[in-house]
Design a protein around this ligand. Sequence first.
Ligand SMILES: O=C(O)CCC(=O)C(=O)O
Ligand SMILES: [Fe+2]
Length: 666
Amino acid sequence: MSGHAETIPTVDLSVLQYDRDSVLTTLRHALVDYGFFYLINYEDHLSHDIIEALADQTERFFNLPQEDKDKIQMVNSKHFLGYNGLEKEITAGKIDWREQIDFCSTDTELAEYDNLYENLVGPNQYPDAKKLPYFQKTIKYFLDGMDTFSVFLMKLIFESLSVNQHQYSKYFNINQGESNFNKMKLIRYPSEKELKSHSTLKESTFSQGCGPHKDSDFLTYLFSPTEVTSLQVQNLQGKWLSVDPIPKSIIINVGQTLEYLTSGVCLSSIHRVKTSSTTSRISIPFFQNVKIESVLQPLKLDDGLLKLRDERDLDRKQSVAFQFKPSLDEPIAVSVFKNRIKSHRDVSGKWWPKQLALIDEEERKAKESLESTPREKNPELLAKVLRLTKIFKTFHSTLVMELMRVSVDLTLRYFIPKVKLSHPTVSYSDLLKLFTIWPDFIVISINFDGDVVIDLEKTDRLPKINDMDYMNGQFEKRCEAWVNSNKYADDIPPLQLHLVKPEVDFQKLDKEMESRIKERKNKNTTIPASSKISKPSNTKKENSTMSILERIRMKEKARKENYQSPTAKRDQFLDSKLLQVLNILFTLSKRSQSISRLSEIIKNSLSSTSAISMEDAEAVIKRLCVKFPDIFVFVNGKSLKVLKWNEFQLSTLKKRLDETDEATTK
Ligand SMILES: O=C(O)CCC(=O)C(=O)O
Ligand SMILES: [Fe+2]
């Protein structure tokens, strides 16, 4: 069961006028399960004209001659504000192919700077007013409008999480006339075609518009006026979802400050931008921040929300570790300023050379001490290596055994219970790490259900090493190197996964198979590693000598034979929505509700591609009563149909669902 939609949810602010609760429910679902959502129909709170004007000024700015843009380079500003041309930014070790200009909302030079971090505030740099007379005004109107709007949305977010104003008010200026410390950027991503035509740019690939990262602010509002797909977000299953621009929508994402304040209840998701092949793209992010002098402390949240987070993380394939750990006794801006010094070395080399040297020295020492620590003296790293190596061994031998059987479904998920027998704490993220550490061990891909699977066809083409001890030793070596260079990041790096074709080209396979059989007969070549291992006695003999290609073919045949009646298909469709509906019911405070009201809540909460009709929503509700008669009761009154339910634990019902799922698929 993949359980999650292929796109991010949509929050419709126009619904606020007549159904505040359903907006809050959708919002909470988006914050907890995606950390990304589209916001639509916000015009009562933010004028769309100003956004159009800004998009127009942005186009004009990037169309200025390069020397005009270079006159206001960031390196002129000790406050890290201004323009950066191409090749100025690196994310995840690679160049981001974009040009951009940074602004801050507090556009002034302070009279005095008591603390170093206050230098985040300073005057913006604007292009020549003779060339773009309306530019500065447009930026100011936008920043002012967004200050008010972002305070409104922040309040709505905390309302959806039942957090009182007295808890969050210290982090924001919420009174009229007071402004907040927000930031924004104008960005242009040139197309691949344009980048290739530059004679001075020598790069083999221009594919990265912006590398995978999480934002560190409170909330990011992205205006994306160019209609081209580029932005992608990684969901909890590790899959990249496209965030296609929807006209007049704002794409909102949770930053690590909000994630930290809510103890991980709100999810800050990894996102990235791919270069488009032929269309250049404009994008305008607005970064909402807490007050710069804030010292962050997690807010007090309802147990129900913490439970939701824990339920979500049971299924999580990414590590839950925070990348961003604000210090508990320093203002948040201290680490933000440090990050600016590290990421803009040209600016800090000119304005903050002492601070840059100190940070470099600190990092060099930390690296040296970790590298010079012998393995034995670094028990934490050693424990990580040994644990992963043991998991690898079990996974490897299980894989070899499983490859001998025809009927197995080789999703990665399938292996977890098997590896758990020897390593009860193994997680999905651990298994994914194995392939990051040794990408050529086997090839993994994503199938059309969104599951990570072992790509048998591609794996079959890898050179075979039959010696398990040798493989395990090799893994340990690679693992040590990997753990050493990733000691600060507990998150697994995003895996490069591709989609497996759903249909198998039988003609091609037949030909390949024939020539393989001939080859084997003639040359008596080595049989794949899997069949050299002694088989369990109940394995059918013919299976062990089958090639991987033959096995794929058998599976494909079995799939085709597995005909489903329309009723069974409908049941399956309804079943696929059950978990999402349970999640929604779990968040409701009342334990009875009219079916029509509930169907509406469900319909509004599910995002556009997973959207279901009122009729389907009602059918799913009825199905709950069939699946869990001890918990859900359908009461058919005279004028009102009502669903009543007992208190339930999400994890228990999920387990029960999985069990019935397995029983029907076996
Ligand atoms: O341009 C985009 O679509 C996203 C930009 C982004 O993620 C960022 O600048 O933090
Ligand atoms: Fe971002």
